[in-house]
Design a protein around this ligand. Structure first.
Ligand code: ATP
Length: 205
């Protein structure tokens, strides 16, 4: 498995946000995308997920452009944006069940996933009664039930307390140890073994 970006550029409102962005990501590697507010981190993640077309350059999964019809990239991807993919009027377990249906399932059960993120005691509660941090934890649980090697995560630590951030780092490191790949943005330091991490800073030539 190889995920790669080749000379990507992105223009928003006639302004070049970034250009010549290239990297390669192999199993067991994490790409940390850094940069100040407005540098284009979310825009880059959207290009890498196939949600937006680059103004130039290509994104490839196993040497095939992800936007080509024959690319099977989507089946390998779990995307978590700024917004949680949750329905407020459903319980925690109902949300995970819904997300489990639209993704290829892993071995872990919904109950195990919800317990792993320390929400076992509220698994039958409506998500609208959750705090922002609890919703983020539940969204992270959806990554565990998906059998997808590539996680693309926009500020996964947002709204998490210290324990939640440590939990995320543990889950991320386990995913990398199993040969998973992660691309993520963060405004915080990420406490994951440095041998897994490559850093890409936007806003610098
Ligand atoms: N839909 C859009 N139309 C026009 N411009 C946009 C759009 N979305 C974002 N932008 C602009 O693109 C620039 C980069 O936005 P982006 O969200 O990618 O930055 P970011 O690095 O993720 O920022 P932050 O750290 O604040 O989340 C900003 O100047 C923003 O105003």
């Amino acid at each position: 498995m190889l995920f790669s970006a080749h000379q990507l550029s992105c223009i928003r409102s006639h302004k070049t946000l970034f250009q010549n962005v290239s990297f390669e990501l192999s199993p067991g590697q994490l790409l940390l995308v850094e940069g100040k507010n407005g540098a284009g981190k979310t825009s880059l993640l959207k290009l890498l997920s196939g949600l937006r077309r680059p103004d130039s350059g290509e994104v490839k999964w196993n040497q095939v452009n992800i936007l080509q019809a024959e690319s099977d990239f989507r089946t390998y991807l779990a995307w978590l944006g700024h917004q949680n993919p949750l329905k407020e009027d459903q319980t925690a377990l109902e949300n995970l069940t819904m997300l489990g249906h639209i993704r290829q399932r892993n071995q872990i059960s919904m109950i195990e996933a919800v317990k792993t993120v320390h929400l076992g005691h509220v698994k039958h509660k409506f998500v609208k009664t959750f705090s922002a941090g609890m919703k983020r934890r539940l969204s992270l649980a959806s990554l565990l039930i998906a059998k997808t090697p590539l996680w693309i995560l926009d500020e996964p630590q947002a709204a998490l307390d210290k324990a939640g951030i440590t939990l995320f780092e543990t889950l991320a490191e386990q995913h990398l140890k199993k040969g998973g790949m992660i691309i993520m943005t963060s405004h915080h330091s990420v406490n994951i073994a440095p041998e897994y991490i490559q850093t890409l800073v936007l806003g610098h030539d």
